[in-house]
Design a protein around this ligand. Structure first.
Ligand code: ADP
Length: 161
């Protein structure tokens, strides 16, 4: 069984994340999306809200489960007997940080490797933070996030669209 973890903040999940989730399924038997419960990042959506949105937008996919975690990613992976971490790479600006994280994780647990999927060109510029900025200013986010997330974003910013 080739089980992988796709970790992230997913605050909120975007179409770029969903694309990585769908493509990961071609290289794993089972994917666990790990939602980081990182209290220092001050997220817009609570960890429960982020988990629930991911569950809703991946409901049509087999072999995907959503779980929250805190603490070290390699400990979470070990606990779930996952040997592979999936991360998305958008641009060279992601690379340095991702390279360092994958090397540190490998140093912490050499049974676990990180695999990178490069983003689809159409999502290369997309990030949860830019989507939040657009929504906060009342811009149209339909092209960037799955449909169920659109209304939740405007709700957070007290907007009805
Ligand atoms: P983190 O806080 O860990 O970076 P994110 O939720 O921002 O969490 O991202 C989770 C993962 O998804 C990261 O590997 C990130 O590079 C990747 N990712 C984010 N946006 C996109 C996108 N538009 N296309 C492909 N991968 C992406």
């Amino acid at each position: 069984m080739n089980r992988a973890i796709y970790p992230g903040s997913f605050d909120p999940v975007t179409l770029g994340h969903l694309d990585i989730i769908e493509r990961s399924l071609a290289i794993t038997d089972e994917l666990i999306v790990g939602v980081l419960n990182n209290k220092t990042k001050n997220p817009l959506f609570s960890v429960e809200e982020r988990v629930n949105m991911l569950k809703e937008v991946t409901g049509h996919l087999k072999h995907v489960t959503i779980q929250s975690f805190d603490g070290l990613l390699v400990d979470f992976a070990e606990q779930l007997q996952a040997k592979m971490i999936v991360r998305g790479l958008r641009a060279i600006t992601d690379f340095e940080y991702e390279l360092q994280m994958s090397q540190i994780n490998h140093a912490l647990n050499s049974n676990i490797d990180t695999v990178f999927l490069t983003t689809r060109l159409q999502y290369a510029y997309l990030s949860s933070s830019t989507v939040k900025e657009i929504a906060a200013m009342g811009g149209d986010v339909k092209k960037f996030v799955p449909q169920p997330v659109v209304g939740k974003l405007y709700e957070k910013y007290g907007m009805i669209r």
